[in-house]
Ligand binder design. Structure first.
Ligand SMILES: *[C@@H]1O[C@H](CO)[C@@H](O)[C@H](O)[C@H]1NC(C)=O
Ligand SMILES: *[C@@H]1O[C@H](CO)[C@@H](O)[C@H](O)[C@H]1NC(C)=O
Ligand SMILES: *[C@@H]1O[C@H](CO)[C@@H](O)[C@H](O)[C@H]1NC(C)=O
Ligand SMILES: *[C@@H]1O[C@H](CO)[C@@H](O)[C@H](O)[C@H]1NC(C)=O
Length: 580
């Protein structure tokens, strides 16, 4: 591709086409009473989390005046296969219009599948390009480029694969099976050199990020060393690399390299989780060094975006709201035959805005503010004491589709349960001490998607413990009693929560039929769970606050909202969205 292809006309996102106005208008008329009855045969479909009508998904995304979500999709079945780039657009990241797939396998360099990749917005004209992995079917993973066919099309429906593909091919020591998922590119401060990393497992079997640079986005040179690697990990899928500002309240674009407080986050997906490290990027030596020696799979600190079901995530910089948004793939926890029966598999987490914590040592994640537009009827309470053994219902909510924010205040910490000084695995602790195990301080928290007789319940709770004379807060999500259904993974997830015990401990939980997404300590730890209740569905679902510790705790504040459904439309050939 010549540079002229990059220098195409200025991209106008025209917000006045027919389709757009009709979508915009309909936001205002959203009304919970008018909504269709729930589909009793599909109790697990979500109301406000992104889901296509059917089939298998996971996915990356980006912003472009209109928000575009591209995601990995099998157009034919609810299992993995024929991987294409499905495409949906939105004005608020909540309500979506599904479009035709942007790319399907069609060329020798992607006939085995159009796998993950990323979008980069190229200055100065701000036109988007996609870098993605193609599977050649002969067992080779290669990196390809695609550009929009018509930049005047507000939804960028059609994409054209570059005649120069493939741009990066595995050679020498690169194993053709372990070479995929290019990131959003960033530009060095010479305003010339583009850089991108590609996920890899190196010849020693270690997870790594291969660095490439380019002046024209078409010819890419491999750097003589990876940007980073880790001897404690295997293949890195869907790496992500972006700047954050220490003390900053906004997100920043990928090409912000230097400046006051700039730090970098490197994320890699392996072992079924998205792990990240924070460090310094040195553009002159093409290197990245972690902060405080905390690298991937550190024995004591293992930072993850989410300690539950959340994988292959991507971030993008949202220029309109000056924020960095994270979105992850939340796979199913039931069986593949269940997925075939349901006709779909997988959904997206709530988009989360991310910032660096004020201590500079971890990220803070919070559901994007737009989700609050879906809040309907509210229930609230204040200064409620939860004595030992208390369970009380938060009634008046559509408990299968709700947003609940609660905070807890503790009395003087006396007699806190101790744990071994080498207990650094929060998930193991949550398994050993599930919601039924009484402690001195905790378990206390929420019971969600609970049946009236509590046969089915998902407990999201805290426990205060002491390790080496220091207090630690454990946050758990216990799915072991979520469903009477068999063939469901009855997992228990856990995280340590770095909060000040003199302050309140807060919990926000988004409940959406088969997903429970919890944010502890105002977003310091997140746990996403998939649950498949048989009894606690629709109006038979309840939400409770509970305290099963021997010490009383107080709820200074609790607010819960019934959540409205997001609006989902299909775009027909004449570009007029039809809402389902
Ligand atoms: C892809 O789809 C085609 C057409 O439906 C089908 O024949 C083929 O088996 C599919 N391949 C995979 C890997 O799912
Ligand atoms: C490009 O999109 C615009 C806006 O939708 C449309 O008016 C125009 O006809 C399209 N151009 C081509 C070549 O398809
Ligand atoms: C790169 O671009 C920025 C912003 O346009 C400018 O401030 C800076 O001086 C440029 N750097 C070089 C090396 O040209
Ligand atoms: C609280 O403890 C009691 C007694 O052990 C148990 O029956 C109940 O299920 C526990 N509550 C939760 C939420 O696990």
């Amino acid at each position: 591709m010549e540079r002229s292809v990059i220098r195409v006309v200025l991209l106008h996102i025209i917000l006045t086409s027919y389709g757009v106005r009709s979508v915009r208008g309909s936001y205002k008329h959203r009304n919970i009473q008018e909504e269709e009855q729930p589909n009793q045969e599909q109790p697990y479909r979500t109301g406000f989390h992104f889901q296509p009508p059917k089939n298998w998904i996971n996915g990356p995304m980006y912003y472009n005046g209109v928000y575009h979500l591209f995601y990995q999709y099998n157009p034919y079945a609810a299992i993995w296969g024929n991987i294409s780039w499905a495409h949906s657009v939105s004005y608020n990241l909540i309500d979506w219009i599904h479009l035709e797939p942007a790319m399907i396998p069609s060329e020798p360099y992607d006939i085995g599948g159009c796998w993950s990749g990323s979008v980069t917005i190229l200055p100065p004209e701000e036109n988007p390009v996609i870098l993605y992995t193609g599977d050649t079917f002969s067992g080779q993973q290669v990196q390809n480029l695609a550009t929009p066919k018509n930049l005047s099309d507000p939804f960028l429906v059609e994409w054209v694969k570059s005649p120069h593909n493939p741009l990066m091919v595995p050679y020498d020591d690169i194993d053709p099976n372990f070479f995929r998922d290019p990131t959003t590119a960033w530009r060095k401060s010479d305003n010339k050199t583009w850089c991108v990393i590609v996920g890899n497992q190196d010849s020693d079997g270690f997870g790594a990020a291969i660095l490439y640079t380019s002046d024209d986005f078409v010819s890419w040179r491999r750097s003589d060393k990876p940007l980073h690697f880790s001897g404690k990990t295997k293949m890195w899928e869907c790496p992500d690399f972006y700047p954050v500002i220490n003390g900053g309240k906004n997100g920043v674009d990928t090409s912000v390299i230097n400046g006051v407080g700039v730090m970098h986050v490197l994320k890699a997906s392996f072992n079924d989780h998205d792990y990240y490290v924070i460090g310094n990027y040195d553009e002159n030596r093409d290197g990245f060094s972690v902060l405080d020696d905390v690298d991937f799979m550190d024995d004591e600190v293992q930072l993850r975006y989410d300690y539950g079901v959340f994988y292959a995530s991507k971030t993008f910089y949202d220029e309109a709201k000056k924020r960095r948004v994270l979105w992850g793939w939340v796979m199913e926890a039931d069986s593949q035959s269940d997925d075939v029966g349901k006709g779909w598999s997988g959904l997206q987490s709530m988009p989360r805005s991310i910032l660096l914590d004020t201590n500079g040592k971890q990220l803070i994640q919070w559901p994007i503010e737009e989700v609050e537009e879906l809040r309907g009827k509210k229930v609230a309470l204040e200064n409620k004491e939860l004595t030992s053994g208390t369970l009380f219902e938060i009634s008046g909510l559509t408990a299968s589709q709700a947003d609940v924010e609660v905070s807890f205040r503790l009395p003087n910490l006396e007699g806190v349960d101790s744990i071994d000084e080498k207990s650094f695995d929060p998930q193991l602790l949550c398994r050993q001490m599930d919601a039924s195990v009484k402690g001195v301080f905790g378990p206390f928290g929420l019971l969600v998607l609970a049946s009236e007789d509590l046969t089915e319940k998902t407990a999201v709770f805290f426990r205060i413990l002491k390790r080496n004379e220091k207090y630690v807060v454990l946050m758990c999500s216990d799915q072991s009693r979520s469903s009477i259904k068999t063939h469901v993974k009855d997992a228990i997830f856990g995280s340590f929560l770095d909060v000040d015990l003199n302050q309140e401990i807060s919990l926000r939980t988004l409940i959406d039929h088969s997903i429970v997404e919890s944010f502890g300590g105002k977003g310091k730890s997140c746990i996403t769970a998939r649950v498949y209740p048989k009894l606690a569905v629709f109006e038979n679902s309840h939400v409770y606050a509970f305290n099963n510790g021997t010490t009383s705790v107080t709820i200074p504040r609790l607010s819960g909202w019934s959540m409205k459904k997001a609006q989902i439309a299909e775009l027909d050939k004449r570009r007029k969205p039809t809402f389902t």
